[in-house]
Unconditional design. Structure first.
Length: 251
């Protein structure tokens, strides 16, 4: 059985551990599978009786998680939320594997379950309200996010899908349609050469694939907000203002 971590609320107010468990935390190995880890931003003045919201932001291929922690810290303080950035390292199943997590299940690893186990750990230690959480992913994280929507809609309060290179169109099951959806992409994210090696439905570039995914989700009955951020290419932090606007509208 995985040992339970010490809860933040169990530590005395002057305990040194509180400084590690609030603000920008260290990267914590996932107890269910220590090959994976997560880092959080936790409001420094969080009270022991609070039930903060949980916002999960999944990285793209380059595994740049700090940009989300930095970009969301002030908003998390104001909105009483914990920001969680999981890390699915490159090279888990093979030295050159950078893509496995994007399809949720690869080489015997259920990456969606890895995330859910992380969420359970965070819920225990920080008392977050994690029965339904906000999920965003950009690029490779966008591939993960829309597939996670199909498989675990009951765990999501809303989902933001940023510029996925490959898309999976929804099937006959429509239980995910209760979840508010954003698809967000830059207006300049339309270079076919950037994804020439990515075989997918939806056209030759990320912008056309995003439009195809949005249309398919709407046809299935989903409430979809489609945001094209003018003058922006394939840059996750550049679409973050549109993501936070959607997030705040779906608290």
């Amino acid at each position: 059985m995985t040992p339970l971590a010490v809860r933040l609320a169990e530590l005395p107010p002057d305990h040194a551990g509180r400084r590690l468990l609030t603000g920008y935390t260290p990267a914590f190995a996932a107890q269910a599978d220590p090959r994976f880890s997560y880092t959080l931003f936790v409001p420094e003045d969080i009270r022991d009786d609070e039930r903060p919201k949980l916002w999960v932001f999944v990285h793209g291929t380059r595994r740049r998680t700090k940009v989300y922690l930095d970009g969301l810290a002030a908003l998390a303080r104001a909105e009483r939320a914990v920001v969680m950035t999981p890390l699915f390292p490159a090279g888990i199943s093979a030295p050159d594997d950078v893509d496995g997590y994007k399809v949720l299940e690869h080489a015997g690893i259920r990456f969606d379950q890895v995330l859910l186990d992380m969420v359970d750990e965070v819920a225990h230690r920080w008392n977050v309200a994690a029965s339904a959480f906000f999920l965003h992913g950009f690029s490779g994280g966008g591939q993960f996010a829309h597939r996670f929507l199909y498989r675990h809609p009951e765990r999501l309060s809303a989902v933001s899908i940023g510029a996925p290179g490959r898309i999976a169109l929804p099937g006959g099951e429509a239980s995910f349609t209760r979840v508010p959806v954003q698809i967000v992409i830059g207006s300049l994210d339309a270079d076919p050469a950037a994804i020439a090696w990515m075989v997918s439905e939806g056209g030759a570039n990320r912008l056309s694939r995003a439009r195809t995914l949005a249309a398919a989700l709407r046809d299935s009955g989903s409430d979809v907000r489609f945001d094209v951020v003018e003058g922006v290419g394939h840059v996750g932090e550049a679409v973050l203002p549109a993501v936070t606007e959607f997030l705040l509208a779906n608290q």
